[in-house]
Write a protein that binds this ligand. Structure first.
Ligand SMILES: CC(C)=CC(=O)SCCNC(=O)CCNC(=O)[C@H](O)C(C)(C)COP(=O)(O)OP(=O)(O)OC[C@H]1O[C@@H](n2cnc3c(N)ncnc32)[C@H](O)[C@@H]1OP(=O)(O)O
Length: 257
């Protein structure tokens, strides 16, 4: 029987997905791609789950797409199978996803982290898009998401030289939301995800959607989307509860309706 390439656990209202190819620094092969996306989609569909954490090992979040598996790839096979297109399904995940990155997040590993809604980095994290050293370019979103996150100059530097960024540079550049001591990374990611999961789910889903809208539309359309979503949240019991809890100086009890 084939070993699973990911492991899943639940921690309260948080779904945890761990990459599990220790001998290959969690290199992303076809099996891992299938299993990881299926696990994320299962958590997204699970009413008991409010947020998802994706993590790897201490040494590697993921060292990229599996270079050994590319041996048989050709222009034609990539075109016909539309290689990497299954990752488009991550765009349809509605619950927040946090990447907890310890060690290497390179190539497809960095791109997987950037598919999440934000990245928490261990102080030992190293990010890079080294595909250029293989005569390639990023193929799982690196040229687009990295540029949106850190700007053209830095993205060019990363994609053209293939150099790695440490956690401090990644945070300073806007790739990473926060740096945490590596030993505390998973606990902090789970705590952050649980905080998100304790909020009103409809508000969380819409906040995520509104922030991502920024990368899709112009300012006036984005502002209008935000305002309409803001207006609509007043139709929910959770908004009444959130306001009442503030006034009554107690914790809100959201019912996700
Ligand atoms: C998405 C697209 C379009 C492309 C890509 O992502 S291409 C891949 C980009 N990533 C890389 O180029 C990084 C490749 N890995 C490394 O440079 C190094 O492994 C390292 C710097 C991350 C770590 O070096 P270290 O010396 O500590 O460890 P290794 O002995 O090199 O690795 C241990 C073990 O893992 C295998 N490995 C590592 N990365 C990959 C990978 N991307 N694909 C397949 N296998 C990988 C490595 O071969 C070794 O296994 P063996 O001892 O069995 O060879």
């Amino acid at each position: 029987m084939t070993e699973p390439t990911i492991l899943t656990e639940t921690h309260g209202r948080v779904g945890l997905v761990r990459l599990n190819r220790p001998d290959a620094l969690n290199a992303i092969n076809a099996q891992l791609t299938r299993e990881l996306i299926a696990a994320v989609e299962a958590f997204d569909a699970d009413e008991a789950i409010g947020a998802i954490v994706i993590t790897g090992s201490e040494k590697a979040f993921a060292a990229g797409a599996d270079i050994k598996e590319m041996e048989a790839d050709s222009y034609l096979s990539n075109l016909i199978t539309n290689k990497f297109s299954p990752w488009d399904r991550m765009l349809s995940v509605r619950k927040p996803m946090i990447a907890a990155v310890s060690g290497y997040a390179l190539g497809g590993g960095c791109e997987l982290a950037m598919m999440c809604d934000f990245i928490l980095a261990g102080d030992n994290a190293r990010f890079g898009q080294p595909e250029i050293k293989l005569g390639l370019i990023p193929g799982m979103g690196g040229t687009q998401r990295l540029t949106r996150l850190i700007g053209t100059a830095k993205a060019m530097d990363m994609c053209l030289t293939g150099r790695m960024m440490d956690a401090v540079e990644a945070e300073r550049s806007g790739l990473v939301a926060r740096i945490v001591p590596a030993a505390e990374l998973l606990a902090e990611a789970l705590k952050t995800a649980e905080t998100i999961a304790s909020m009103s789910l409809p508000a969380v889903l819409l906040a995520k959607e509104a922030v991502h809208r920024c990368n899709e539309v112009g300012l006036s359309e984005g502002l209008l989307f935000e305002r309409r979503v803001f207006h609509s949240l007043f139709a929910l019991e959770d908004q009444k509860e959130g306001r009442a809890a503030f006034v009554e100086k107690r914790k809100p009890e959201f019912k996700n309706r």
